[in-house]
Design a binder for this molecule. Structure first.
Ligand SMILES: *Cc1c(COP(=O)(O)O)cnc(C)c1O
Length: 404
């Protein structure tokens, strides 16, 4: 590492709050599916800023749209209308088949909004203020207090107790465990269509359909968190779209703006017309013209560049190659996932393999301690998968070798 890069890292550790154990690299620029560090070293990127930068770095059309919006106007207030927000909301309605959009600045804020929506919806029905939300063990919904309260990982929550009240936990894909938590106070059932941080666990079709039926029967809101698994990652625009059901409320973020911080919670008219009203919720930045210009361009480019077709094609290829790794190495137990959201489950911690890959110019990330997560830009090609697999095989072989 150059003295320059090392000195930036040293300065970072003096100036930034140490809430991340960071890899020892300063990324400087990107091009297509590659990142470059300050020293000019090139890396193949299979993380995309954790499922964010779907369209590849220095995408000309995307950058151009942002530049022209910057020269027009970056921000106004939500007390006024702006064209990018109106256009972005229309596009989101079209790709979700849902009706009402609220723009946020992050995923966690979209979850906060979904929680408030559910509580207000139930409150308007019976006037009670003790409604409950059922969330899932091993889920991840963000770091703000509300989002943390529905995150099923006690380790993330403990030091920050008390959480917001009346959250109950069940197990994804175990309908009976959900039923065991349902009471007459339940106002929402919230889960990721594919659990991301928790280990790349897709919800089963049976589970989805049973939750949908339960929610219909009892007028409970079904809230799906699509922040990581949505926006084309599984080969559908949103992961729930392959099950033939529709949630009442959905959260999205990450790839929605492809790097410009923006999220949204989206709902059906039934919920929109009977929950949050004027004065109930707001945000200074959420849905500003710059963020929404990004959303508009991202959704257009998904269409123009055939992103879903690419995810289905290259996703299938990635699955095949990862299954090959499972066959080849004893320490790799299984593969899970859908499309370009995949996890390889190891019988050991994966930090060492990821560090080795970084050294060889491949960016990977974990999900939990023993899973390598693959969330590349959605425009990758088979040849990038081949390059990734070659480096990964070397790294796994080296760790296995050292154990023996
Ligand atoms: C990343 C993520 C969040 C939180 O989003 P932030 O933008 O980091 O607040 C919430 N839910 C899921 C499923 C995520 O992957």
């Amino acid at each position: 590492m150059s003295a320059e890069m090392q000195s930036y890292i040293d300065e970072a550790e003096k100036a930034l709050l140490h809430t991340y154990n960071r890899y020892q690299v300063v990324f400087d620029r990107g091009e297509d599916v590659y990142l470059y560090d300050l020293d000019g070293k090139k890396y193949l990127d299979f993380v995309a800023g954790i499922a964010v930068f779907a369209l590849g770095y220095r995408n000309e059309a995307y950058n151009g749209a942002l530049k022209s919006q910057i020269d027009k106007i970056i921000h106004t207030s939500n007390y006024y209308y702006n064209v990018p927000a109106i256009e972005a909301a229309k596009k989101i309605k079209k790709i979700t088949g849902m009706d009402r959009v609220f723009f946020t600045n992050s995923g966690a804020e979209a979850i906060e909004g979904a929680i408030k929506t559910a509580r207000k919806y139930a409150y308007l029905k019976d006037g009670r203020t003790d409604h409950e939300i059922i969330a899932m063990n091993h889920s991840f919904h963000g770091r703000t207090m509300g989002a943390l309260s529905v995150t099923g990982n006690p380790h993330y929550r403990e030091a920050f107790e008390p959480m917001i009240g009346n959250i109950r936990f069940a197990d994804l894909n175990d309908f009976d465990s959900v039923m065991a938590q349902v009471t007459d106070k339940t106002c929402a059932i919230l889960f990721e269509t594919v659990q991301g941080e928790g280990g790349i666990y897709p919800a089963s079709e049976d589970f989805m359909k049973k939750i949908r039926a339960l929610c219909d029967e009892r007028d409970i809101l079904m809230i799906l968190d699509e922040i990581q698994c949505g926006m084309g990652r599984t080969g559908h625009m949103f992961a729930w779209q392959r099950y033939g059901i529709r949630p009442d409320v959905m959260t999205t973020a990450k790839a929605l703006g492809c790097g410009v911080p923006v999220g949204a919670f989206v709902m059906t008219e039934k919920v929109g017309g009977a929950s949050l009203a004027a004065g109930d919720h707001g945000t200074t930045y959420g849905g500003n013209p710059l963020a929404c210009a990004a959303v508009c361009k991202v959704i257009d480019l998904f269409d123009e560049q055939g992103v879903l077709a690419n995810v289905n094609k290259v996703g299938a290829y990635l699955e095949k190659r990862l299954d090959g790794i499972v066959e080849e190495f004893a320490c790799v137990q299984t593969r899970r996932g859908a499309g370009l959201l995949q996890g390889l489950v190891f019988d050991r911690q994966v930090g060492d393999i990821i560090t080795r890959a970084m050294n060889k110019g491949l960016v990977l990330i974990n999900a939990g301690t023993n899973i390598i997560r693959f969330v590349p830009p959605l425009i990758i090609k088979e040849k990038h998968v081949d390059d990734m697999i070659e480096i990964l095989r070397e790294c796994i072989a080296q760790t296995e070798g050292e154990r023996q």
